[in-house]
Design a protein around this ligand. Structure first.
Ligand code: C2E
Ligand code: MG
Ligand code: MG
Length: 648
């Protein structure tokens, strides 16, 4: 483009240069011609003089010759007037040389006058002496005009020629610079074309790299990994050896990303990828296939169990502390393993199976590996089936609630109940909440199901409080997933308001398995619920390994000891088990205690001795249908001191 523009400019200026040159040449020729005419004028004037001198001696005037000479004289200014054009006249006016034109006009007039006087003489109306005098006068005027014409004419022509010359030189200089500029432009363009083709090559190389390598870790990405996996499976067939695919996921990576920021998260991914790489042979491939997910190909496995050794090595290396933002961070990984061709000889299935096995490792408690198996496959199929049916459970009216009484031990009286969800599906039969709640959580169906449960529980409680016991209370289990919804507290409030239930009539149970991050939405929701006056129960205490002092920072009011500790409770447990410490610690932290899963009188006796306030379990009542609940039930004499017999 630049070159084209320069060429157009150069062409225009060269054309102007040519025009100027031609104009200059034309002016030079014209100047020469005018001078020539002036000389002729002078020459004819001299001839006139000579004729007049001769006539003094011959006393004759050659009329014809006289007329011809005067006509020749006249012809010169006439020619000059014709040749001097408008432009010349304008220039002459500006520089003050227009007298040259006036002289010509005057000359012509003198010539015309004298010619008519010759005619008068010829007719005998003028005598010869008189005529000669007139002719002398005219010749003197012509001479004078000739002399006066030369200077302004020369000045004009000189000026025009020098201006043309200046213009010519200026245009030449401009053309010169334009050519230099254009040449430089052309070489710059050539250079920039070279540079852009280099940049293009570089960007193509980068694109190829991006298409195959992960920009953060430099590891092969999903695309390259796919190719490598296909190649390695083919070579496994040729060498008749096994190949293992490891699917590695960093546990709770999202929490690190959320709490320490994305840059720290990126650093962790890089450091973790380096550790994984260091556990492998050069011939093995590791690729980053997603945020915190890595795939590893262990090729030419001599024995399937070698995969287990590598998986353990990777888990051990990941469990070493990482330093992020100057802090020591501990992480773990979950690994799924599938084997080619033992598990499948289809590459896509191999990836899917490793993924399934990885989720199994997570379900098993993380920081471990799982091999893909037929059983796992069936489990996943069952899970998908459950999820599919669960989606329509509310619509098909398959869900219902049972209620298990909660007893205030020192009054031997029911104070409320725990609402427990039940699902009876036409095809699957009765499905335990232990099986379907985790699936509902994973698929997020729990939000809808949880809301349904809360509404049903409130509806039932409303009836009991109106008809049977106005102080009756209900505990409702709430999933950690529901707490992550920042509108959850509002949803609870709306439902309770719609049944006009006071805030202390519904209690919410949250399982201890939930690891609650400080400043998370879940904590905010818990605080909002507590501020609304809702009592919060920490369910299944003892299973989540949380520190009691940390949990005390959260707004819980009651602690429910997990039934796994309670069912096997006996008299010895009062001194031997962990239960006394839990109850004592809870009381110190001003938390009331409910023991769930009380099945035996020995257990109950131990709990009474340890000052546990509330209990729940098959010993008192199993979960019952609403109509079977006695809202004022008194459990006669929990411990009969005399007989040491227990009534249940
Ligand atoms: P959970 O909240 O700890 O509920 C207590 C579980 O212990 C109930 O099992 C109950 O039937 C059982 N149980 C009560 N007394 C005894 C006893 O003496 N011995 C034995 N062995 N078991 C006893 P269930 O109903 O199968 O519920 C299991 C879990 O499912 C619940 O544990 C809770 O975590 C979850 N769940 C139940 N309903 C809901 C719900 O509506 N929402 C949510 N998110 N989870 C629920
Ligand atoms: Mg519960
Ligand atoms: Mg429980």
């Amino acid at each position: 483009m630049i070159i084209q523009k320069r060429l157009i400019q150069i062409t225009c200026i060269v054309v102007l240069l040519l025009i100027t040159s031609l104009f200059g040449l034309y002016q030079i020729a014209k100047g020469a011609e005018l001078h020539q005419r002036n000389l002729l004028h002078l020459q004819f004037t001299n001839e006139l003089h000579e004729m007049l001198e001769q006539s003094k001696t011959t006393h004759k005037l050659d009329i014809l010759r006289l007329k011809r000479v005067i006509s020749d004289i006249r012809e010169q200014p006439v020619f000059c007037i014709k040749v001097i054009n408008f432009l010349d006249r304008s220039i002459m006016r500006i520089i003050g040389t227009e007298e040259a034109v006036e002289l010509c006009i005057a000359d012509v007039k003198v010539a015309d006058d004298i010619l008519s006087e010759i005619d008068t003489y010829n007719n005998g109306l003028l005598d010869m002496g008189e005529m000669r005098n007139r002719l002398f006068e005219a010749a003197a005027t012509f001479e004078e005009h000739s002399a006066s014409f030369a200077k302004p004419m020369t000045d004009t022509v000189n000026l025009i020629i020098s201006s043309t010359f200046v213009i010519f030189i200026s245009f030449s200089v401009i053309v010169f610079f334009l050519i230099v500029y254009a040449v430089r432009g052309i070489s710059a363009s050539v250079k920039s074309i070279e540079e852009s083709s280099k940049a293009l090559e570089e960007s193509e190389r980068l694109n190829r790299e991006l298409a195959h390598f992960d920009s953060l870790t430099g590891l092969p990405n999903r695309n390259l990994f796919k190719d490598r996996l296909e190649q390695q499976t083919k070579s496994a067939v040729r060498t008749n050896k096994n190949l293992a695919l490891l699917y590695i996921d960093i546990d709770h990576f999202k929490k690190i990303n959320d709490s320490m920021g994305h840059y720290a998260g990126d650093d962790l991914i890089c450091a973790a990828s380096a550790r994984i790489r260091s556990c492998l042979r050069d011939s093995d491939t590791v690729a980053r296939i997603g945020g915190d997910e890595f795939n590893v190909i262990l090729s030419e496995l001599s024995a399937v169990r070698s995969a287990k050794l590598v998986a353990n090595k990777i888990l051990a290396s990941l469990s070493e502390p990482f330093t992020l933002l100057g802090k020591k961070i501990f992480i773990s990984g979950s690994i799924g393993i599938s084997i080619y061709p033992n598990d499948t000889n289809n590459v896509e299935d191999l990836k899917r199976y490793a993924d399934l096995a990885m989720y199994d490792a997570k379900d098993q408690g993380r920081n471990r590996f799982s091999y893909y198996s037929e059983d796992l496959h069936n489990q996943v199929k069952d899970k998908l089936k459950i999820e599919e049916h669960l989606r329509n459970a509310i619509e098909k009216d398959e869900l219902f609630l049972q209620y298990q009484p909660i007893i205030e031990l020192n009054k031997s009286q029911i104070i409320g109940a725990e609402a427990l969800l039940r699902w009876n599906n036409a095809e699957l039969g009765h499905v335990s909440p232990v099986n379907f709640i985790p699936i509902a959580e994973e698929s997020r169906l729990i939000n809808e199901i949880g809301e349904w449960t809360l509404k049903k529980a409130c509806e039932q409680l409303c009836q009991w409080r109106k008809k049977n016991n106005p102080k009756f209370q209900l505990s409702v289990n709430v999933s950690p997933i529901q707490l992550e919804n920042e509108n959850f507290a509002g949803i609870v409030k709306n439902i309770m308001d719609s049944y006009q239930l006071p805030s202390d009539s519904i209690k919410i149970e949250i399982t201890e398995g939930l690891i609650i991050e400080e400043d998370s939405t879940s904590v905010t929701t818990l605080k909002k619920l507590s501020d609304m006056g809702i009592i919060l129960l920490l369910d299944d205490f003892g299973t989540g390994h949380s520190s009691l002092s940390y949990l005390h920072k959260l707004p819980f009011h009651v602690l429910k000891i997990d039934r796994s500790f309670v069912t096997k409770l006996d008299r010895q447990a009062v001194t031997n088990s962990i239960i006394p410490s839990i109850i004592a610690m809870a009381h110190k932290l001003n938390l009331a205690v409910i023991a769930e899963g009380v099945e035996t009188s020995e257990g109950l006796e131990a709990l009474l001795e340890l000052n546990c306030e509330y209990a729940q379990g098959y010993y008192f009542d199993k979960p019952l249908n609403a109509e079977d609940i006695d809202c004022k039930k008194i459990y006669p004499g929990l411990l009969d001191e005399q007989t040491k017999k227990y009534p249940y």
